[in-house]
Design a protein around this ligand. Sequence first.
Ligand code: HEC
Length: 202
Amino acid sequence: MKLVYLAASAAVWSICAFTKQREAPKSVMLAPAESVSKPTVADSKDDVVKRGQYLVTIMGCADCHAPKKMTAQGPAPDMDRFLSGHNSAQPLGTFDKSILKTGEWVVFNGQSTAFAGPWGMSFAANLTPDETGIGNWSFEQFNTAMRKGKFKGLENSRPLMPPMPWFNYVNMADGDMRAIFAYLKSIKPVSNVVPSYIPPAP
Ligand code: HEC
């Protein structure tokens, strides 16, 4: 009798051990991207802003949204005007517009903030928290601009023009979108009214 009991409890124990082992990996199987991209209550505001800065850096927003300064290593973002869009105080300069007629070329200015192509001419927006930038924007507006490609993030406004790659951001995790917005709201405000988009010449 004792033996049967012992054998039975050993069997139960080993089943438990087995199921425990099988359950164990579940807790570590959370996709790393998911676990870091959703700020939880535990994330401090600083952590969220830092993540936003990290994302803005690796996603290259400054390539277009920051005016550039020439350095020994080539053009670099002008940190005094970081992410403030095409500098409206700087003369645009001229180029041979006939180059656009073929549709084979698009033209970037030297700052990589003004862009001409079959869509007309577009200017990188001011993403700083100044009132001429996104200072008065709600997160919902930002989300609509980034996911639906709508100017000023308003549902019935015009579509955002190239080369703003908004379609790449459609499936961004909500936490990442919020982190980017929090970071942009934390940077130095720069007053700069970016020129209006110019539709293509008929
Ligand atoms: C390849 C160039 C390029 C890159 C990279 C880029 N943008 Fe843009 N972005 C633009 C241009 C140009 C516009 C203006 C388009 C227009 O006026 O139709 C724009 C517009 C926007 C707008 C809408 C502003 C408004 O007033 O409606 C937001 C928001 C924005 N970009 C955020 C970002 C963020 C955040 C990133 C990085 C994750 C980014 N962009 C990366 C070129 C770029």
